[in-house]
Design a protein around this ligand. Sequence first.
Ligand SMILES: [Cu+2]
Length: 676
Amino acid sequence: MKTLRILLIAMGFLYGASDLGLASENNNNHVTFKVTDVPGYWYDTGVDIAGTRSLAIVTPGTSIDFLQNINGTPVAEARHTVTSLLWPSNAKSGELIDQDAANQDNHHVTLKTPGLYVYVCKLHPYMLGAVIVDNGNTPGLDIGKQLTLLGVTKEGTLTFDSASDLALRLLRAFFIVTNPSNWKDYTKANLPYPHNIYQPTYPNVPVRVYSGGSLVGTDDNLPKLGDAIIAQGYDGKVIPAQQKPSINGVGEVWVDTQFELTNVKPDKFPGTISVVEVDATTNNWEVKRKIALPQQNMNNGHNMWPSHNQKQVYQTEWHGKSLFVLERATGKFLQEIEVGHDPAHVMTRVDTQQVHTGLNGEDGVMELNRNPVTGLLTKNRVISMQDPAHPTKPTQPHAHWMGHDGATMATPNANTGDSSLFDFDEDKVVSKLPTGALSIAVGMMPNSSFYYVSNYLGHDLSVVNMNTLPPSRFGDNISVLLGYDPSTGSTTGTVNDPPCTATLLGGHPCLIGGLPIQTPVSPDGKFVITGNTLGGTITILDTTTNKVVKVLACDPGCHGVNFGAKSGSLQNPNGGYYAYVTSKFANRLIVLDYDPNGDGKADDAVIAGWVLLANKTAPNDDRTTGNLGQGGQGVLPIPLVYNGWVQKLPTEWCTKLSASQRTPFPGTTDPASCLH
Ligand SMILES: [Cu+2]
């Protein structure tokens, strides 16, 4: 009943707003999107259509403006790109748009070919805007016969029917991403049925979609978009109440709740850090602090790493220019240091305690020195990620990873579809190898033998062998689509358990990866665990076979993964690790027990519990007011447990770990353990 009511409301909104929108847009033959840093409204027309302000419905020949500055004053603090992500396959090349580098310029395109066009920022790929060019002579909105998705997979560019599982998945994602009231809110778990159901609203308008070249339905009886998405069976399930893991973690987990809004800080500087207690205390598995940095206008805080002594936490702002230093124990602000455009990830170097942060809006990585007495940072140099012999356009590195001994740094270059390996002894980039479309994150083996790169728009992982001279690609890219058929939604992978039966209408949806993001290697080197934003899933890859062995349901916009120590238990006295997983469009932190019995196999991987990230009563520096607990991205368990870093822990943290946690990959580092 609830569903029907919501759909009727959505239809009402759509017809009302779009009729108005169409009228005004037709008069001017002109639509403007402001490109902003405001969560959910990154491409903002200012006109609400069925809950989204990122959609325009226009007639052929309409001119589309993307506004990033007004008379030279930037609309947003960040640099962005305006890039065609999805388009009707018969669109002309002049109807597509992209830039060679992140920028704050205005852009323009004129659209004539009917169909659906979606735009993305290549730095911040949750930023979406869409235009439907509708030929007004036929009933129903024109989506196009076939659609093409930017990026290249092993199978080639993804071109698929507009009536297909993939088209519906992408449309569903668009209406969730660009409408904050469609984000999955775990505070609703405690409401009475049916208010505890997760059912996003979609515009339920007749659409002209095609399968095998033929129109689906007839002019008098066209399929309706909302009905078609809902029939896929992705939504409509009860949001489960919080479940605390039965086995404790160790220490605490810091989460960047990047889209949370607070009282003092304007919405164009969103984001908090939510600090979660996971140790054996009375209030464990709860948020114990929120940090928004209102005086500093922290803008979309994205990723973190601690100092060796765990006394400071370094925090990036992905839509700004600064790196922040915080006191871990209190959350107190210690330092803001401007590093460059759109710093994304940050890590320390094991041997020197230097700090490296990738400048996602530029070409390099900023290197900073740490004062051993105060713990504060000073800028040292920017390291270019170019191959000096073959310079290209800016690399725009996103989530780099550092070697266990401080000798290496690998970057995924989002703008050049490759990965650079920097050698600190040789002080140069020793390889820059093609990986895939929009390479976004790196995870490295605990002995720096191989590293993994996730390719966001390639839907796969690349492996680089660091042992060869020069380093080289190892094997083919590993698809996380699991044999996904974009038409029907079926998979050929065997990791869906029980087997799924998805068909276009009916069945239950297969778990697939796709649009992979963070991809760290477990501290013992056994697994690579990846957050997938397309499928809303977590995939687990076994490093001995380089095969995906398990896929688990996550949340909309599944994104961040990081490993933290798990307490010892009867089943596994050595403790092992949890993987902590965050999602951009849901407000919970998932605690994944990927190997409960510690036998080195992930067949029994299970979500052991989760933490609600919305919390209005926890101590804070600025009261939370909107998008509560939403925008989960960077996730940092403390103490840090990766090989190389774990041996540097001070005694008070070291003694909390088991012997195997203190030495996760024996024989590779000196000292062998943090117990001296
Ligand atoms: Cu961006």
